[in-house]
Design a protein around this ligand. Structure first.
Ligand SMILES: *Cc1c(COP(=O)(O)O)cnc(C)c1O
Length: 387
């Protein structure tokens, strides 16, 4: 039986990529804001509908550079969640801040806005929510809290590339009473003070390795452009003690190719998502990720949540059985950040009981644009125990 991986990076045709990189072989300009880098910057600004965008070498550096440049008082507390890829937490700690962990909403797995405000102290300087699996955070409530206390919001939008959120024309968030015709769609990149994306090979849109800092204020992203290059303003002027976080031309060329096919990729993912939903909706003990009606999704992941008593197998038992069938699912996110060796002595994961429980129930199953119907059928049959 062929192996079915949890994801498979999308790639253009080889000929298309060769055509895209040919000019690099002529110019010998390989990095430092070359032609491909500048073209990709322009195209992404348009695609994401955002004025300020700076490309960087990966999503993690996007988070670090943004956090370190928001003029947040050093040593302050940043409220975030433990239900994320630990890059989010590492970026906070490596930037000199103290993470304070808020529990998650059990449906969307994003920051729990009922608890958020109770964690604010005089030391709180920012909130770093994560759009987990592409589920958009309760941004209206988060912004209202941030505004009340005069603190910044930086979104880890690594899972949410290209998503859009519906608002009433008045700018108010959509409710069940809203008239569907009177909505405007806003880019996820506009949320908060800053949104950071990852363009890692496993993400819906990728540049092999890469990322971007997005902001409505292009002065901020202009500053990031200096910070990603050792703080160099010009050959005689260095203003910041900053690392090297530039994206190279070959990565940018991969991004230009992938962006061309992105709409098709997302629509194929949507088909995969729909087939899973239809086939798994009635399985006793398996809960699916909710559909957010006010969001144009990118179908980044397909998490399922297993309740052992009803399903008859624990998450770990199902994981192992799939593994034995050459189906490689992923416990994403498990362990919780607060249970990792580098954090567990300082934090108690029992303090966020919902996140703890979800991390023990979750399994992300194979999801990518080119997952064949046949392979998907194998995954579904295994989960339904038809085979
Ligand atoms: C992928 C990811 C990152 C890190 O991005 P890299 O490009 O791999 O550095 C950060 N946060 C989340 C939630 C991610 O999924």
């Amino acid at each position: 039986m062929d192996k079915i991986w949890v994801t498979r990076s999308s790639m253009p045709q080889l000929t298309e990529y060769i055509e895209e990189i040919a000019p690099i072989f002529e110019s010998h300009w390989l990095s430092n804001a070359g032609a491909k880098h500048e073209e990709l910057t322009l195209q992404l600004k348009k695609y994401l509908g955002i004025k300020g965008l700076s490309l960087v070498v990966n999503g993690h550096e996007a988070l670090e550079l943004a956090l370190q440049n928001l003029n947040l008082p050093k040593g302050g507390e940043i409220i975030t969640t433990p239900y994320t890829f630990h890059s989010t937490t590492h970026a906070i700690v490596r930037s000199g801040f103290t993470p304070v962990f808020c529990d998650i909403d059990p449906d969307t797995c994003t920051i729990n806005t009922n608890q958020l405000e109770t964690l604010i102290t005089p030391k709180t300087v920012a909130i770093v929510p994560v759009h987990v699996y592409g589920n958009i955070c309760n941004n209206a409530e988060i912004q209202a809290i941030a505004d009340r206390y005069g603190i910044k919001v930086l979104y880890d939008a690594a899972h949410a590339f290209g998503e859009k959120i519906a608002y009433e024309i008045s700018g108010r968030p959509i409710t069940n009473q809203s008239n569907e015709k009177n909505v405007i769609w806003k880019s996820v990149a506009e949320l908060g003070d800053v949104s950071c994306f990852s363009f890692h090979a496993t993400k819906v849109f990728h540049t092999i390795e890469g990322g971007a800092v997005c902001c409505k204020d292009s002065n901020f992203t202009d500053k990031i452009a200096v910070l990603r290059d050792f703080g160099i303003v010009n050959p005689d002027t260095v203003t910041d003690i900053s690392p090297n976080a530039k994206m190279n031309e070959f990565s940018a060329a991969m991004g230009l190719c992938n962006l061309r096919h992105l709409a098709e990729e997302i629509s194929k993912r949507k088909c995969v998502d729909n087939r899973y939903r239809k086939s798994l909706i009635d399985v006793n003990g398996i809960r699916l990720n909710p559909i957010q009606k006010h969001v144009q999704s990118n179908y980044a992941y397909f998490p399922i949540f297993i309740e052992k008593e009803k399903y008859g197998e624990s998450r770990d038992e199902l994981f192992k059985r799939l593994y034995s069938l050459n189906i490689f699912a992923r416990k994403y996110f498990y362990p919780l950040v607060t249970d990792l060796d580098c954090y567990k002595n300082d934090y108690d994961s029992e303090a966020t009981p919902i996140a703890k429980r979800i991390s023990q129930e979750v399994l992300t199953i194979p999801m990518y644009a080119d997952l064949s119907e046949e392979d998907q059928h194998r995954v579904i049959s295994a989960i339904r125990r038809d085979i």
